[in-house]
Design a protein around this ligand. Structure first.
Ligand code: ADP
Ligand code: MG
Length: 756
């Protein structure tokens, strides 16, 4: 769900504000597009101008419709023209049912006559629908897609695509691709390629309405035409068609193959805008920001490495070398450390923090939640136990390293103490949540900041970081850690302004995790029996409760309920703890400590345990209602086990009737433990535009482009951006593009790319 556009600040949307710019933009546009210079005062429309025209000005869009469109993120004519079809139905290849031949793959367009559902032996569910056109009837059957019963209500017009089969003398399609068409009395679309738009039942948006509005918008735009800011040379070099043709043909492709040419152009534009923006931001940053140059290596760091009970992995060594190279210069580090769960990121983070300490500065580690901050604190405390740093003011020449936790749950007195230690430089390494960025927290000399789980840490917070911490206006080096495996394509796009180190190697001696998908009450019963026997063998188990809503208190209640049920039932007689975000910090801490030390056998929790919890004796992960989670999240949860020498199992318990996409997700998780493979699969499944899991919805910069499929276009856009942008980060030679990027940067949610 994207935030309704209408909630954007009025100033940005005001036609007056936009109208002052276009003249300049057109004048600039002319240099790139000689043809435009000839047209009168009103030249071709720029995207900025299209975005300044309210959809309400189109015929057929009254105030009701305008509101409905706002709900699906369409407020301006630009939004409408880029409200891209989800699919196309090739009605040039459509057959009347009577002529649909057995064995052929074909589209039929027909009305739903009746629909029914039943349960087959073995528990599978079958929905069957009778559909008919003027020439005959056909049945469509669906297995394990109970929701089709709600979709295919009687009287709806649908397009079905599949192979035609013969079932007992009747024509049938099994699991066809379905498009609900609704009915459209205003246009004859037979014999054409018909765009199917994303429809919204709640907003009351149906595909034909969108098609009609788009056509109306196109007609109105055709008077002035749509400007093309891309230099001609680049366009022909890349074999791209013009923007106006692309925007027309993506909606009404003359042939199925034409839509690819349209798509390519629009995909390239999407990537180019992002790349130009990231690149100019990066260049501007590099030109202005100054950090602290550190001495790397030396006794302290070596001493730390010598203390470790194991050898570093090659990947850890490489990441540390990358960091050393960054922090030894005055250019502030901006590095993403990407590594699958369990790949050993904590150690790399600590290395970076110790470089700060070794140079007489301070390091900070920030986590997205209190629970995680506490976890990190304990992990570092173990690694640093008894570790000493040089101190000339002491007789021994040494003092213990001072590690501090700034936690919301500490007493006011303790908090004040820690704040003083931070301010005087007595604290060497500070762990906390984003509260570390608050005004009241003043560091004496902060020089390295590590942020865990980047996607919950926004750009604006990064900006705040730049302002915090130091009086000399030097900017701390920043290392961002993420366990969400981001495919290379996505990383290139989203983190275009960050350098990337990857931990692509797990520490040795890990035991692989078996993943089982559990469906139905019988399977669940035997699962609980297995959980019990693992616990009786001395192991521990996590039970993650369904994510029901965005509301923390409802999730908490469901966890409480589940805890009560399990204690009274499947896990009776065992020591079962409860952990959720609503508990007082002291309780959370006590529960975590109890689980870590083995005083608790099982931990029933909400997704607060998603990241960072490290209990090697825990070998069982049960995720309830796993079909409601995204791939990345499930993979994270699974990563909580498999950390010790015992064999581990992850049970993904699904509702009885998961959606087809959930089935794909659960199968993918059962098939592989490789986070990168899963991330690629995730992108494929969710397709276009969204990068992370469902919770992370927001307005996307990529409406059409697919990070899974369009690597070559990312590459092309990066190259083009490098060529177009001058070394100082300005697009001086390409004013029309500069204007477009400025408009684009202004209208987007500043935190979208890096936020959950
Ligand atoms: P991540 O944060 O990347 O998920 P952690 O940093 O929590 O992973 O490390 C996971 C586990 O692996 C920890 O128990 C840690 O002590 C251990 N570990 C880290 N590096 C190594 C290594 N080089 N060899 C063996 N074990 C390691
Ligand atoms: Mg970690």
């Amino acid at each position: 769900m994207s935030p309704p556009r209408s909630s954007r600040p009025a100033a940005r949307r005001s036609p007056g504000a936009a109208a002052s710019d276009p003249a300049a933009a057109q004048a600039r546009g002319a240099s790139d597009e000689p043809a435009a210079a000839d047209s009168a005062a009103k030249g071709p429309l720029t995207l900025r101008q299209l975005d300044a025209i309210d959809v309400g000005r189109l015929n057929g869009v009254g105030s009701q419709r305008r509101k409905a469109l706002a709900e699906v993120g369409v407020a301006s004519v630009f939004d409408l023209l880029t409200y891209y079809p989800r699919r196309y139905v090739d009605r040039t290849a459509q057959a009347p049912i009577s002529e649909a031949e057995i064995g052929s793959e074909i589209t039929v367009v027909a009305d739903v006559l009746s629909v029914s559902a039943r349960r087959l032996r073995g528990g599978r569910r079958m929905v069957s629908a009778e559909v008919g056109d003027d020439t005959g009837v056909l049945s469509a059957v669906f297995f394990n897609q109970a929701w089709r019963e709600r979709q295919l209500t009687q009287g709806r017009t649908v397009a079905l695509f599949a192979k035609v089969e013969n079932y007992r003398g009747r024509k049938q399609m099994t699991n066809p691709v379905v498009d609900v068409l609704g009915d459209d009395s205003t246009a004859d679309r037979t014999g054409k390629i018909v765009a199917i738009y994303p429809q919204s039942e709640t907003a009351g948006i149906v595909t034909w309405d969108v098609a009609n509005w788009v056509a109306e918008a196109q007609r109105r735009c055709s008077v002035r035409g749509i400007a093309d800011p891309l230099p001609r040379r680049l366009r022909s070099q890349l074999g791209l068609i013009s923007r106006s043709r692309a925007l027309a043909e993506i909606h009404e492709p003359p042939s199925m193959s034409d839509r690819w040419a349209a798509r390519n152009r629009l995909v390239f534009d999407e990537f180019l805008r992002v790349q130009l923006m990231l690149r100019s931001q990066r260049l501007a940053r590099e030109a202005h920001e100054l950090g602290i140059a550190h001495d790397v290596g030396g006794g302290l760091i070596e001493a730390f490495h010598r203390r470790l009970p194991y050898a570093l992995t090659g990947a850890q060594q490489r990441a540390m070398a990358d960091i050393d190279a960054d922090v030894s210069t005055q250019r502030p580090m901006h590095r993403l450390l990407q590594g699958d769960v369990g790949s050993g990121k904590t150690l790399v983070a600590l290395h970076a923090l110790l470089v700060a300490v070794r140079n007489g500065h301070q390091g900070a580690l920030m986590a997205p939640t209190e629970v995680l901050a506490e976890q990190h604190f304990y992990a570092l405390r173990v690694l640093l136990d008894g570790f000493e740093v040089p101190d000339d003011s002491r007789l021994s020449g040494k003092r213990p390293l001072r590690l501090r936790l700034l936690s919301g749950s500490s007493s006011a007195t303790r908090r004040r103490e820690v704040l003083v230690e931070i301010g005087t430089g007595t604290a060497d390494i500070v762990v906390g949540t984003h509260a570390l960025l608050e005004e009241s927290v003043k560091f004496d000399s902060l020089s390295v900041v590590v942020v865990d789980e980047q996607h919950r840490f926004g750009v604006s917070q990064r900006a705040r970081l730049r302002e915090s911490g130091r009086d000399d206006r030097r900017i701390p080096h920043l290392l961002v850690m993420t366990a969400t495996p981001i495919p290379r394509t996505a990383a290139m796009t989203v983190y275009g302004d960050l350098d990337v180190s990857v931990l692509d190697e797990l520490p040795p001696g890990r035991t692989p995790i078996t993943t089982q998908w559990v469906q139905g009450p019988l399977a669940a019963e035997s699962m609980w029996a297995e959980v019990r026997s693992e616990i009786e063998a001395g192991r521990q188990a996590f039970v993650v409760c369904p994510l029901i809503t965005e509301s923390e208190s409802l999730d908490a209640r469901s966890a409480e309920q589940m805890h009560a049920e399990l204690v009274a039932g499947s896990l009776a007689g065992l020591r079962v703890g409860l952990l959720h975000g609503r508990l007082p910090s002291a309780d959370k801490e006590a529960t975590m400590a109890g689980f870590r030390s083995g005083r608790l056998d099982a931990l029933v929790a909400t997704t607060v345990i998603e990241v960072g919890i490290d209990v090697p004796n825990a070998t069982v992960m049960v995720v309830l209602s796993a079909d409601r989670f995204g791939i990345a999240q499930l993979h994270q949860l699974r990563g909580r086990v498999g950390r010790g020498s015992h064999r581990s199992t992850c049970y993904l318990v699904s509702d009885e009737d998961p959606t087809p996409i959930a089935v794909e997700r659960l199968s993918a998780l059962a098939a592989t433990n490789d986070g990168f493979e899963l991330a690629e699969r995730d992108l494929e499944l969710r397709g276009e535009g969204t990068l992370f899991d469902e919770r992370q919805s927001g307005r996307s910069d990529l409406k059409l482009a697919s990070l899974a499929r369009d690597l070559n276009w990312v590459q092309a856009a990066r190259d083009a951006a490098a060529e177009l942008i001058a070394t100082d980060g300005d697009l001086d030679a390409h004013p029309a593009l500069a204007d477009e990027v400025e408009w684009f940067a202004g209208r987007r949610d500043p935190d979208y790319l890096q936020r959950s």
